[in-house]
Design a binder for this molecule. Structure first.
Ligand code: GLN
Length: 276
């Protein structure tokens, strides 16, 4: 095997990346732990290893999100497999999961539906932390559902994943809790062409309209799919809480309120179905 003229220390000095990211790329490219690097930083790397590191470094320098390069992202303490077919799970969304777990806390059993599940981050976190529940999840993307299924198997959790546009494949079924983090970015939002978002599926980010069209569909149809006293929690953008609450109130939901994320932003809105 040909040796390169370089060591890990050379890579850290030259990569131009934050040290933590550079170390993560070494973990991924060489299959070694960060502890190992400390005692092997002056080992000469093979040409193959050096090329593998450069390849990952070039992807990162081109702006590709770390989660896609690493193939995983931690969410609710679980290590989710991700690919460019799914939105990268965000810490903000843990606020939605916490709200769901709070609602489920005193329920002996419950049917839960997560719509637009992507990597399955929300549905599988609920299944993991509220094991008494029966969790269902939809996504329109078959590719996304394949990733969600990989995660279900990795965590040994059982979620009923169905390829479905919103409620389409849940005709006549009711749930105690419905949750969703739908695409909510306005089609004209400049963020879509910046940062990580450039690499994420557009389908998961924007409704290609005013950012509220998915809430209109979900909230209009949700009452048919909720048990008496059932709840809905929806994640939304920093400036959408008022509009989502208005839609919930208009649809006849009670106890409509918003929940702030760790940055103090109203991030999740929900309500309870008491009518009829
Ligand atoms: N939270 C994502 C972002 O703005 C958007 C995800 C979504 O549209 N549901 O970065």
């Amino acid at each position: 095997m040909t040796n390169s003229p370089y060591t890990l220390r050379d890579f850290f000095a030259q990569s131009g990346l934050p040290l933590l990211e550079a170390k993560m790329l070494v973990e991924q490219a060489l299959g070694v732990s960060r502890a190992w690097m400390i005692t092997h930083d002056l080992d000469v790397l093979s040409e193959h290893q050096w090329q593998a590191l450069q390849a990952l470094c070039n992807r990162r320098t081109a702006g590709e999100p770390m989660a896609y390069i690493m193939g995983s992202r931690e969410f609710m303490g679980l290590d989710f497999t991700v690919s460019p077919a799914v939105l990268i799970p965000r810490p903000d969304t843990e606020t939605l999961v916490e709200a769901a777990l709070g609602f489920l806390k005193d329920k002996v059993t419950a049917r839960v539906l997560d719509m637009g599940t992507g990597s399955g981050a929300i549905a599988l976190s609920i299944a993991h932390f509220a094991p008494q529940t029966q969790v269902f999840a939809s996504d329109i993307s078959q590719e996304a559902l394949a990733i969600a299924q990989v995660n279900a198997e990795k965590f040994k959790l059982d979620v009923d994943f169905r390829q479905s546009s919103w409620f389409d494949q849940f005709c006549g079924e009711t749930f105690h809790l419905i949750v969703s983090n739908p695409p909510y970015i306005h089609q004209g939002d400049e963020h879509l062409s910046q940062g990580d978002l450039r690499f994420e599926p557009r389908l998961a980010l924007t409704d290609n309209a005013d950012g509220l069209s998915c809430y209109r569909i979900i909230i209009q149809q949700a009452p048919r799919h909720l048990t008496q006293g059932g709840a809905i929690y929806l994640e939304h953008g920093w400036n959408q809480a008022e509009a989502v609450r208005a839609l919930l109130i208009q649809a006849g939901f009670a106890q409509v309120c918003s929940i702030r994320d760790l940055a103090g932003i109203e991030r999740v809105s929900g309500g309870v179905w008491l009518a009829e």
